[in-house]
Design a protein around this ligand. Structure first.
Ligand code: AMP
Ligand code: TRP
Length: 332
């Protein structure tokens, strides 16, 4: 049986990278798999979050998932902190994973920056909680953007070490699902940097709450180069901004990058940007309208998350029992 788990952090506004790299793919997978989609509020607090903002962001991300087309009846949609098994299994994995493994995580190095001594222990142990999220349900497939690949390799290492240590095939070895034309959307201000919620420049990303004028403005101001656009992906060498904007166009229009190059090759950036802005507004505005409607009904969103958590809890409980038993913890 295949089971999917994926998560998104409620930190700041969701952006086009989150949508194209992850959420849109989740919508497509829900027909073929049993899926759990989680707003990972416990991951969010590995760096400081204002409590009121965390609450609002958790609801906003949940609303974005539904507005993008995820059906909360067919899938389990919930927020992580409502199912205590995530924290319990994360602790166990803290005792399975090795310091050396976590020391190699590039996301920790990026997020901790120069001031490592002052990073929270949670930020360092973050990948163990992520492994717990997935393995608490024995999920087999994890759809994410390219940047999460290393964390998923660690999840596989943890599952294998646990199984080896206890001589039991308890956890599956998970497969990442990284697909689509935009698995790594880059910043609009710098084609060598990933589009991210934490970039200080608001112009670097298109968010799920930007209105049509803002989307058009950000695309107009996006970094470009003086040459005409290439007519094949071979022409992207040394031109990360062209690759990024054309990749975004391909993803939003559900075509492949070759077709986009064939269509716009030889055009100036200014003409292409106009087309890209129209397409982005066209694709994002129905989602945004629905998000706004859902945000006006926080009672509904909270109720949906509560229900999801009850179902997640039921799924996790027998697996946790098996884990406790395997480790040698006494029964309740
Ligand atoms: P996060 O916002 O870090 O919780 O990320 C949620 C999901 O979005 C994960 O699956 C990430 O891999 C994906 N993601 C985040 N940033 C990008 C990006 N710039 N391009 C593609 N996918 C991304
Ligand atoms: N670490 C992921 C991110 O920042 C979010 C996440 C947490 C996740 N737990 C997960 C993704 C489990 C997939 C599966 O993007």
């Amino acid at each position: 049986m295949s089971r999917i788990f994926s998560g998104v952090q409620p930190t700041g506004d969701l952006h086009l990278g989150n949508y194209l790299g992850a959420i849109r793919n989740w919508v497509r997978l829900q027909d073929d798999y049993e899926c759990l989609f989680c707003v990972v509020d416990m991951h969010a607090i590995t760096v400081w979050q204002e409590p009121d903002e965390l609450r609002a962001s958790t609801r906003e991300v949940a609303a974005a998932l539904l507005a993008s087309g995820i059906d909360p009846r067919r899938n389990i949609v919930f927020n992580q902190s409502q199912v205590p098994g995530h924290a319990e299994l994360a602790w166990i994995f803290n005792c399975v994973a090795r310091m050396g493994w976590l020391n190699r995580m590039t996301q920790f190095k990026e997020k901790a920056g120069k001031n490592r001594e002052n990073a929270s222990i949670g930020l360092f142990a973050y990948p163990c909680l992520m492994a717990a999220d997935i393995l608490l349900y024995k999920a087999t497939h994890v759809p994410v953007g390219e940047d999460q690949k290393q964390h998923l390799e660690l999840t596989r290492d943890i599952a294998q070490k646990f199984n080896n240590d206890f001589k039991k095939e308890l956890f599956p070895v998970v497969e990442p699902l990284i697909f689509g034309a935009a698995t790594r959307v880059m910043s609009l201000r710098d084609g060598s940097k990933k589009m991210s919620k934490s970039d200080p420049s608001d112009l670097s990303r298109i968010t799920m709450t930007d209105d049509a004028d803002t989307i058009a403005k950000k695309i107009r101001k996006a970094k470009s180069d003086p040459d005409a656009l290439p007519d094949s992906p071979d022409g992207f060498k040394g031109r990360p901004e062209a690759a990024n904007l054309m990749g975004i166009y391909a993803a939003l229009s559900d075509s492949d990058i070759k077709e986009v190059c064939e269509r716009f090759g030889g055009e100036q950036f200014s003409t292409f940007k106009q087309h890209l802005a129209d397409l982005a507004v066209d694709k994002l505005s129905p989602i945004q309208d629905e998000m706004r409607r859902l945000m006006g009904d926080p009672g509904y969103v909270d109720g949906m998350l509560n229900e999801g958590a009850v179902r997640a809890q039921e799924m996790a409980e027998p697996i946790l029992k098996e884990v406790r038993e395997t480790i040698g913890f006494l029964r309740k």
